[in-house]
Design a protein around this ligand. Structure first.
Ligand code: SF4
Length: 320
């Protein structure tokens, strides 16, 4: 299904023979690329907890199957700085180490290329008594084969819905904007299938008595300047397909990074909005739309707080 003759773990379905040394479009071979593990206090409240709660036990993997041109994690996802190469045994130990430090859950960031090793590590950790909710924190370009492997192991799906369709566009058409921004021209089609499968597996988000996510689906969407992520068409689609009880995190933290220089640059001259942060007015417009659509469970970000949560993976304290 994955590592073996032909990897099809993500929407690219590039069929790289990773066990024979091929690395595929994501650059992943046979080992797990590990960057860091920490107690993350800046995720949505059901993930990080409030007040004295321990934070989300976050494991950052290196490499990624997507190529977002403004990725805030680009240092580990696309720079070629690969961190440590670890095996299933070490991954299991890291999960227990986070649990012992007081984590509210185990939060696996960009897990898709490592789904096989993650499934093995989770099965092993659960056999050995790990009983925290498992959060699958993904760009949302996972294949159905990959998600089938996760069924019964993952408690909370935390996918992105990065972009909607332009007016009049069919999801089967190649999308030049999602190709340029995320490296996947069929992102919307694959993402829709993945979100529906995640919902089928775990249902709507359910919180425990402390307000922490126990099980379910929480969809993230980063609002971009000039509606470049087509938020205005994505939100109605989400409402129509998942209903008003969908837990939706509307993120405001866009800022020009990675391949986007401050101000328009040659490659993105036709998308000048990418050269500046999201404005308060633009964000409020998306929030108002979510309210008008009657979403009952939308998480809204404080713009200033969002800016303070930019990671720097070259520092020992990633979020300081
Ligand atoms: S995870 Fe995706 S990009 Fe990476 S080798 Fe598998 S199919 Fe290719």
């Amino acid at each position: 299904m994955g590592v073996g003759p032909g990897c099809i773990l993500c929407g690219h379905q590039c069929r790289a023979d990773r066990s024979a040394g091929e690395t595929g479009r994501c650059g992943t071979g046979t080992t797990v690329g590990f960057s860091s593990a920490l107690l993350h206090k800046g995720e949505e409240p059901p993930l990080s907890g409030k007040g004295e709660a321990g934070g989300s036990g976050t494991i950052f993997f290196t490499r990624c199957n997507l190529r977002c041109v403004f990725c805030q994690n680009w240092q580990i996802s696309q720079s070629g700085q690969t961190g440590l190469e670890i095996d299933v045994e070490r991954l299991t130990e890291i999960m227990f180490s986070l649990a012992e430090s007081g984590a509210c859950n185990i939060n696996l960031v960009s897990p898709t290329p490592y789904a096989i090793e993650i499934a093995k590590a989770l099965a092993k950790a659960k056999r050995q008594g790990l009983d925290l909710p498992i959060v699958y924190n993904t760009g949302g370009y996972d294949s159905l084969n990959c998600l089938a492997m996760m069924e019964g192991l993952v408690d909370v799906y935390l996918p992105d819905a990065k972009i909607g369709l332009a007016p009049g566009m069919d999801e089967n058409e190649p999308d030049s904007v999602s190709m340029r921004l995320f490296g996947a021209g069929d992102y919307v089609k694959r993402n829709r299938l993945a979100l529906k499968e995640m919902k089928r597996q775990v249902g709507d988000l359910v919180l425990d008595g402390r307000g922490l996510a126990a099980r379910g689906l929480l969809v993230r969407h980063l609002v971009l300047p000039d509606d470049l992520a087509r938020t205005s068409s994505l939100l109605p689609w989400l409402k129509e397909n998942f209903g008003r009880d969908l837990h939706l995190s509307l993120m405001a933290q866009y800022h020009p990074s990675h391949k986007i220089k401050v101000g328009p640059n040659a490659e993105f001259m036709d998308m000048p909005g990418l050269g500046r942060p999201l404005s308060v007015r633009e964000y409020e417009k998306s929030v108002d739309q979510a309210i008008d659509l009657d979403f009952h469970n939308a998480f809204i970000q404080d713009l200033e707080a969002a800016v303070q949560m930019r990671p720097d993976f070259t520092k020992p304290e990633v979020f300081n």
